[in-house]
Design a protein around this ligand. Structure first.
Ligand code: BG6
Length: 508
């Protein structure tokens, strides 16, 4: 399918939820970390390049290591040169941004250091016109979240003109997520808290709601009457890289399913919101998460499969087993692959399985949502055809090669009646040309503008953990994860798991 963007239309293009960002100082805790260098500062630079930052703007790095403002500026410039979307660095844009870059050395638990930060922020308000608005970004390991939150409160930096972005992982169980929520809301009000999930910043993920609710042709079929099942896949070729220490305590379910994949599921399955307001959309997401039937611990072997990669080869290279990765316990039972079957007990989705599958060291990097429709009635072509007809599938490709495709049956040209599946394909690249902004760009822009639609609300995070907790509980007494060779599509048990329902995994 060739799709061409329509010419400008003031009415249609006026339907935008973009807000004008107010002046603001972004304070980054974990300023010398990897996330800051690779994602946060490059995203802010990209926004500056596009002229989307407010007039009064500054970045304040807060970290344990001593360094001057200039040293910090030079350091983050390297990250921008390497990771920003716009190459090479535009010196005029960078110089203007860099003038508003500051650094404060300090300890996260030291009240005096937070007083210094408060004083620096006042200086920044005077020098950069940031008008007392602050956006605190917690880009530290989660062990430091509580100290930072309480230090911000003690220093009085939690006033109504402050907002706070908190990175994942948001807890590691329902109990720890509740504790973190309680901590946060004892210092900040819920509307000031922005729990980030970078999947929500991806263009294709935002497009799920547009596809569903800006088109008339899909939503009528989007229910148990027409949909056989849904497969949500996030496959990665990477292993645990340098994050073995974190990952071994976490595993695939906590690292990817609880947050990113449950968000995808919520967007695909939720009811139409009555408006685009943040709270209304988030209410709908929570409603659908509440309707998910938790997998009881005793049913875990029937409804979930976990795997762990053994040595294998990927793209022609030998890769090591998970158990021999750096900082991983050689006896670890942590899963690097997970497949789940979930049911949503509501009117729309009763009886429709949602299969979620994620793994590291799979043969391909691909994230997609496939809505698999039921077979047409077995009359006419279906009755005549010797082989069963392929069913319709609508695939939302989240990455790479972002787009949407629909599989349907067509007659093969010729005198005989041969039917073959064909694909209608929409590709972002082909239709819109420009490269999509990085997820962090969109999310930082929204947080600066005070729009929390694409951030997770506290009750959403808790409900998702409640569902994960039941699985984790079941795994405590279940056999250890099944091994799969790196570079394959997961353990054979995962194939048997879906085949037992008369279905097959897709090969993205
Ligand atoms: C992160 C996980 O949240 O998401 C990583 O901690 C994972 O383990 C990453 O690799 C995947 O993100 P993306 O955007 O590359 O799909």
């Amino acid at each position: 399918m060739q799709t061409t963007p329509l010419p400008p239309n003031p009415l249609r293009d006026g339907l935008t939820t973009r807000r004008t960002p107010e002046p603001c100082a972004v304070v980054i805790f974990g300023a010398t970390g990897d996330l800051t260098a690779r994602k946060l500062i490059p995203a802010l630079y990209n926004l500056a390049h596009e002229g989307q930052l407010p007039g009064g703007f500054a970045i304040v790095g807060f970290g344990r290591r001593a360094k001057s403002h200039d040293e910090f500026r030079a350091e983050v410039r390297e990250g921008v040169a390497e990771h920003a979307r716009f190459h090479p660095i535009n010196t005029a844009v960078w110089d203007a941004l860099a003038k508003g870059v500051y650094y404060q050395q300090g300890d996260y638990a030291n009240a005096g250091d937070f007083q210094k930060l408060a004083a620096l922020l006042q200086q920044v308000d005077r020098e950069r016109g940031t008008a007392g608005n602050r956006l605190f970004y917690m880009a530290t390991p989660p062990g430091q979240f509580t100290e930072i939150i309480s230090s911000l409160g003690v220093a009085g930096l939690n006033g109504p003109t402050s907002r706070l972005i908190i990175e994942k992982p948001f807890g590691r169980s329902l109990a720890t997520a509740r504790e973190l929520n309680a901590n946060l809301t004892s210092v900040f009000a819920e509307p000031q808290i922005f729990r980030i999930d970078h999947y929500l910043g991806k263009e294709t993920v935002q497009n799920i709601l547009v596809l569903r609710f800006a088109n008339e042709i899909f939503e009528h079929l989007w229910n148990q009457k027409y949909v056989d099942h849904v497969q949500i896949t996030v496959a990665e070729t990477l292993g645990v890289e340098a994050r073995g220490g974190y990952y071994d305590q976490s595993g695939a379910l906590r690292d990817m399913v609880q947050n990113h994949m449950m968000q995808l599921l919520a967007l695909v399955a939720m009811e139409p919101p009555t408006s685009l307001e943040a709270e209304i959309i988030r209410d709908e997401k929570v409603k659908v998460l509440r309707a998910i039937r938790p997998i009881l611990p005793e049913q875990v072997t029937k409804n979930a499969v976990r795997g762990q990669y053994a040595a294998g080869s990927l793209a022609g290279e030998q890769v090591p087993a998970y158990l021999t990765e750096k900082d991983v316990n050689p006896e670890s039972r942590t899963e690097t692959y997970v497949a789940l079957k979930l049911f949503i007990d509501n009117w729309r989705w009763a009886g429709v399985p949602f299969y979620l599958r994620h793994g590291k060291r799979l043969p391909k990097r691909a994230a997609e949502i496939a809505v698999q429709f039921k077979s047409p009635p077995a009359v006419l072509f279906a009755a005549e055809s010797c082989a069963p007809l392929e069913t319709n599938v609508l695939v939302i490709r989240i990455q790479p090669d972002e787009g949407i495709s629909i599989r349907m049956n067509a007659k093969v040209p010729g005198t005989a009646l041969n039917i073959q599946p064909v694909k209608m394909d929409f590709r972002y690249g082909g239709s819109f040309g420009a490269r999509s902004p990085d997820a962090y760009e969109r999310l930082l822009y929204d947080a600066i503008s005070g729009d929390s639609t694409l951030f997770i609300r506290g009750d959403e995070a808790e409900r998702s953990w409640q569902i994960m907790d039941a699985v984790l509980e079941g795994w405590k007494s279940a056999p250890k994860p099944f091994a799969y060779e790196a570079g394959t599509w997961g353990p054979a048990e995962a194939d048997a798991f879906i085949r037992a329902d008369g279905r097959e995994w897709r090969r993205p």
